[in-house]
Design a protein around this ligand. Structure first.
Ligand code: SF4
Ligand code: SF4
Length: 271
């Protein structure tokens, strides 16, 4: 566990205003008698430099790493609060992770919709442990970034606007999409030179200038920074075997193989 986690308890009532009715129902069905959450952050930045794989996806898949770390944390919580129940969430969580982390005092909310921590900038994953433990909520008022708008100006897809975030225009989202891409989406992948993900809004953020590298071993070695088409095995089964420990494999072989063909080959993205 990184020494970056305050483990502050946030009561579920403080989070409800940021949750859709569907997410509230999902959260309540995931853990009976849900009362609150503990929030943790896990830094992933390394000094690995340029590459066509987004910084977050270069080491071991964060789902696996964060899950292991949360399980250790749950063990400690179970010893401290015997009789209470705990459930870990990594990504695709029904909880408003960024808001919860900011309320925990772990950072501020950026205009790119990411958490920005004082030590690791926005290069962190957020993990949540839901619980039926009843305590006084220790949440703090939400704070925002310095609001320079550099992320909005630099966003290549126009996904960030003063009105909010539009995932359908986000290059990171586009690189993970299955099926044919539009001409504009193909242009975005080619012009930004990315095979997976997009780091632009984070790399231009002045609040990331002094971001420290991760202290989590699994994010710091055996990195995949750049891929070329011949790195992708010809079948889905071989692809999974080769890259099952990587976050960029979760959508299967097709999207990343297509993206690499767009960058290095003659493909038109299936238009
Ligand atoms: S990840 Fe890239 S495309 Fe998505 S919001 Fe950030 S800068 Fe824009
Ligand atoms: S680039 Fe500026 S506006 Fe965007 S998140 Fe960073 S500090 Fe906030």
């Amino acid at each position: 566990m990184s020494k970056n986690n305050c483990g502050r308890y946030i009561g579920i009532d403080a989070l409800r205003e940021y949750m859709t009715p569907d997410n509230i129902a999902r959260a309540e069905s995931a853990l009976a008698n849900l009362r609150g959450v503990f929030v943790y952050v896990f830094p992933y930045l390394t000094q690995s430099g340029e590459g066509n794989i987004s910084l977050y996806a270069r080491g071991e898949d964060y789902h696996r790493v964060v899950r292991r770390q949360l399980e250790k944390q749950m063990q400690a919580l179970s010893e401290r609060y015997p009789g209470s129940n705990f459930a870990p969430f990594v990504d695709a969580s029904p909880f408003p992770e960024v808001m919860a982390a900011a309320m925990s005092g772990l950072g501020v909310v950026g205009k790119h919709n990411l958490l920005i921590t004082p030590r690791w900038g926005s290069y962190v994953f957020i993990g949540i442990i839901a619980t039926d433990l009843e305590r006084a909520s220790e949440h703090l008022p939400l704070q925002s970034c310095i609001g320079c708008d550099a992320c909005i100006s630099a966003c290549p897809g126009g996904a960030l606007t003063v009105g909010g975030f539009d995932a359908s225009r986000c290059l990171s989202d586009i690189t993970q999409r299955k099926g044919a891409l539009t001409e504009r989406e193909v242009f975005l992948i080619r012009s930004c030179g990315t095979a997976w993900g997009c780091d632009i809004c984070q790399s231009v953020c002045p609040m990331n200038k002094s971001a420290e590298p991760t202290d989590i071993a699994e994010f710091g070695f055996d990195l995949v920074c750049t891929l070329i088409p011949s790195d992708i095995p010809p079948t889905q089964a071989e692809f999974k075997r080769t890259y099952e420990r990587r976050a960029f494999s979760w959508r299967g072989r097709a999207p990343i193989a297509r993206n690499l063909e767009l960058l290095f080959g003659e493909s038109d993205g299936g238009q």
